[in-house]
Design a protein around this ligand. Structure first.
Ligand code: C2E
Ligand code: C2E
Ligand code: C2E
Length: 89
């Protein structure tokens, strides 16, 4: 969708992520696991990541950051509030 904007605050739902098929979320799941490992942050139900990481993940998924934001919301990995408020038709 042309109007998509990237999420500004990226808080990944780790429980939801684990429920989704690996062929869809594999790269994201590995990325999140790597960040958890680097931080030593294993106990959370959610994981806050950098806006810069969304840009890197968008390249991996061959989408714009805004399109990936929409995809993550569709999957339930990000809450709908993650989409920045934008103009209504
Ligand atoms: P918040 O940012 O709204 O986060 C709410 C809760 O979500 C956190 O409660 C924590 O249980 C969980 N959470 C969010 N991101 C992560 C994450 O990357 N890993 C894990 N394991 N849990 C996460 P918590 O920890 O009691 O923090 C309460 C509030 O304190 C946060 O609300 C935030 O306002 C502040 N805070 C905590 N850590 C940081 C931080 O590293 N940076 C900043 N700026 N604020 C922080
Ligand atoms: P680093 O980038 O050199 O960051 C060192 C420390 O600075 C981090 O230790 C953390 O305490 C703090 N820090 C840096 N940026 C932020 C930030 O935006 N918010 C908060 N709350 N703290 C920040 P930590 O957490 O033990 O992370 C160790 C290393 O793991 C980081 O070194 C970085 O290389 C990697 N890492 C951790 N989380 C992320 C992430 O979300 N994205 C990326 N790309 N790398 C991460
Ligand atoms: P946060 O801790 O509330 O940080 C909000 C924003 O402040 C970050 O957005 C970043 O632009 C800036 N910031 C905070 N600490 C640092 C720092 O040490 N160095 C630099 N250069 N900038 C900093 P950003 O990057 O989009 O990160 C969003 C959230 O992701 C952070 O919220 C934090 O919850 C988490 N995060 C990012 N990197 C790390 C990290 O290395 N370790 C940990 N534990 N959490 C991180």
């Amino acid at each position: 969708p042309s109007g998509s904007e990237p999420a500004t605050k990226i808080v990944i739902n780790l429980e939801r992520l684990q429920q989704l098929p690996a062929d869809k979320v594999g790269p994201l799941a590995r990325y999140a696991a790597a960040i958890q490992s680097q931080r030593g942050d294993y106990n959370g139900k959610v994981l806050s990541i950098r806006a810069e990481d969304l840009r890197s993940l968008a390249i991996i998924y061959d989408k714009t950051p805004g399109e990936l934001t929409d995809q993550l919301i569709d999957w339930g990995v990000l809450p709908p509030e993650a989409r920045p408020a934008h103009r209504v038709d």
